[in-house]
Design a protein around this ligand. Structure first.
Ligand SMILES: [Zn+2]
Length: 699
């Protein structure tokens, strides 16, 4: 990770010499994008990240550096061109009136000084700073109309977020009504989090109910914000710290500090540790102080946000496409602890990938006991030169799976033993299956199509609540079905007989009947769930949804070319190739034929009226003020007709709807030749009269 280039100016803006050819860069960029997209999916859609934030940031930085060196390779769908995740399903998406940017990160005092130097190059007058704790939660924008809380929107992708007003109202510290509003339209931004005490309580309760627990407070807060039942949300005890204020679209005071002061006086929760700093040395002292007190607080922090205090200077500095230049996040070092490596377990995943897991002497770190940690792959084991019995350094950076990051070689006694990578698949106990490692791959894989461990994992994924949702088909039952040879792939589930299931060891009549009913019920789970359940590489829930709506049937998707696949929003070339490869496999074709024969629904069920189909898949961008419709009303109408409203005009945009005082989006639409509608044109389209788009020249 240390050999990534140091960008000489604002990240992503400046090109530099780069010792790779364009073709190599293209390949590296594609690989990085695919990897980042995969982690985004895990993080934002499944709320189950598998790498530390730090490592994720390093991936993004590497991509930024490559793209800076080869700007012609930047595509609009590159993760560097977006601020965060795409909004999740279940809530209405609404556009942010003022974009919610993310922050650039720095990891060391020198990098913070470099940031200051960059600021000074743009603005050389005097200014001071405000330093605030960076709360590890999720950003939320609150809107107060005439002093009343009317809207709460998650950050989403920075342009569009989820409308979660009911859930936000459950945050008790928030005023529902302002005593003395500064204007008719007030936007307050802050970070929603779950206090550590509430997090522990929640996980204990989930565990008692046999439910899946959350890996960390941030995921718990994000998962809670996405619940559709505000009563459940209220019971979880979310909290918030506010840090930004807009009145009628602009910052109302001369300094950021005055905004914080007003927020406090208006009864908003503002973190008590925010501090004004005259110099960068004071900022650095603050960072050190806050980091040392980190473990004493009832909420997770992952750094300090440093902001230029005078708003006038903030405006001088401006922002990049992704982040403001006048603020930066100083990230705390991950928390590390030393313990002994007792053993290594080799796990086989549903795609056959072998992953080494470190079995540790249990140790307490950052609020949880750690007994296992990731070793990633064989290369990592060699890089670290880690051996069984070693004293190892384990890192936990506010998230999920702790990692072994180093070895205390001085502590060796000579009794340590090398870690041996198995040559045979540990998941195929009855057969001798040699593991394979494809050229350029880091992981070993079990190539055996009938690997029972792969199969068990694939079946668990198929039956999961977020997939086909087959209640009662858990680990134990799956084990029995596989061991008895009754199920060799997921299509076999649908040919099981009641007698076969009832004959399974210790499965009562009642459970057998329930299981049969659940399996039968899952046939109508629908195309979206089926596509996710099949476990096609790269196809998570979100992509499954997109593919289902784009192609409408499993058969259409199976026959789609790579070009047809990349035409779908968010599907890149790597994913398209993987999807093609999956469907080209004879076994998968056979599997699909048997699922269809069993009566599993493989087409998108078209629900609702004909209108729903009318604008299906069409993308709209709204700009300017429409004569009668508010932006929310227009969005709702378009969505009700099956369309989608996005924030930026691209080649994939079908229509741009223009009102009074349109912004740069109109010019962009004209440049790209995207059809432009006025409100009347939109209404005609919604009513099925299909008016032709206004030619751009007539505006
Ligand atoms: Zn195997």
């Amino acid at each position: 990770m240390s050999n990534q280039p140091s960008t000489s100016d604002w990240p992503g803006e400046r090109s530099q010499d780069w010792p790779v050819t364009r073709a190599e860069a293209q390949r590296m960029i594609e690989a990085l994008r695919a990897e980042i997209a995969h982690h985004n999916e895990l993080y934002y859609q499944q709320h189950a990240p598998i790498i530390a934030d730090y490592d994720y940031d390093q991936l993004v930085r590497r991509l930024q550096a490559l793209e800076a060196a080869f700007p012609e390779l930047i595509t609009p769908d590159s993760p560097t061109q977006r601020v965060g995740g795409s909004p999740g399903g279940g809530f209405k998406s609404v556009p942010h009136r003022i974009r919610m940017l993310s922050l650039d990160n720095v990891y060391a005092p020198e990098e913070l000084r470099e940031w200051e130097a960059r600021c000074r190059r743009v603005y050389d007058g005097p200014f001071d700073y405000v330093a605030e704790l960076k709360i590890d939660g999720l950003s939320l924008a609150l809107r107060y109309t005439d002093g009343v809380l009317t809207e709460a929107v998650t950050r989403g992708d920075g342009t569009t977020g989820d409308l979660v007003t009911d859930n936000a109202r459950t945050i008790r510290q928030l005023p529902q009504r302002l005593a003395a509003p500064l204007g008719s339209d007030i936007e307050v931004r802050g970070e929603v989090y779950l206090p550590l005490s509430a997090f522990r309580q929640l996980n204990a309760a989930l565990e008692a109910e046999g439910e899946k627990t959350f890996v960390n407070p941030r995921n718990a807060a994000a998962g809670t914000m996405k619940l559709l039942d505000a009563h459940v949300v209220a019971g979880r005890g979310l909290a918030m710290f506010c840090y930004e204020l807009f009145v009628n679209g602009v910052k109302p005071f001369e300094t950021h500090w005055e905004s914080l002061t007003w927020l406090r006086q208006a009864a908003f929760p503002v973190n008590p540790h925010a501090r004004r700093c005259a110099t960068l040395d004071e900022v650095l002292a603050y960072c050190a102080e806050m980091e040392s007190q980190r473990a004493t607080r009832d909420y997770d922090t992952d750094g300090v946000v440093v902001k230029v205090n005078p708003i006038r200077v903030q405006q001088e500095l401006g922002e990049t496409a992704k982040a403001p230049r006048w603020a930066v996040a100083y990230k705390f070092a991950p928390m590390r602890v030393r313990t002994r490596l007792r053993g290594v377990t080799w796990q086989v995943g549903r795609l056959g990938t072998l992953t080494p897991v470190a079995e540790l002497e249990p140790v307490f770190v950052a609020g949880t006991t750690v007994a296992r940690a990731s070793l990633h792959n064989e290369d990592q084991i060699q890089r670290l030169d880690v051996r069984l019995g070693d004293q190892v350094i384990v890192e936990k950076s506010g998230d999920i799976i702790p990692q072994v990051v180093g070895v205390v070689t001085e502590a060796r006694t000579g009794a340590e033993a090398p870690i041996v990578v198995p040559t045979l698949c540990p998941g195929c106990p009855d057969r001798q299956v040699r593991l394979v490692r494809a050229e350029g791959e880091v992981a070993w894989r079990c190539p055996e199509p009938h690997c029972p461990t792969k199969l068990r994992q694939a079946l668990q994924h198929f039956a999961a609540r977020t997939a086909m949702d087959i209640e009662g088909l858990g680990e134990v039952v799956i084990d029995k079905l596989v061991r008895e040879g009754l199920v060799t792939d997921c299509a076999d589930l649908y040919t099981l007989t009641a007698e076969q299931v009832a004959a399974l060891e210790r499965l009562g009549d009642k459970s057998a009947q329930n299981l049969m009913a659940q399996i039968a019920r899952s046939k109508t789970a629908g195309l979206e769930r089926l596509l996710f359940a099949l476990g096609i590489p790269d196809v998570g829930r979100r992509k499954a949804q997109l593919l289902a709506h784009h192609f409408g049937s499993l058969a259409a998707l199976a026959g789609a070319s790579e070009e047809a696949l990349t035409a779908v929003r968010d599907i890149g070339t790597t994913t398209a190739r993987r999807i093609r490869e999956w469907f080209a496999d004879d076994r998968h074709r056979h599997l699909i034929a048997r699922l269809e024969a069993a009566g599993v629904v493989t087409r998108l069920e078209t629900s609702g009226s004909q209108t729903a189909a009318r604008l299906a898949g069409k993308q709209f961008v709204l700009t300017g003020t429409l004569p009668t419709l508010t932006r929310n009303a227009a969005t709702a109408l378009i969505e009700a007709a099956g369309g989608r409203v996005t924030g930026t005009v691209s080649k994939k945009t079908n229509y741009v709807v223009v009102g009074d005082n349109p912004g740069s989006k109109l010019a962009k639409a004209q440049a790209l030749g995207v059809p432009v509608l006025d409100e009347a044109g939109l209404l005609a389209l919604l009513n099925g009269r299909g008016t032709p788009a206004m030619p751009p020249a007539s505006l």
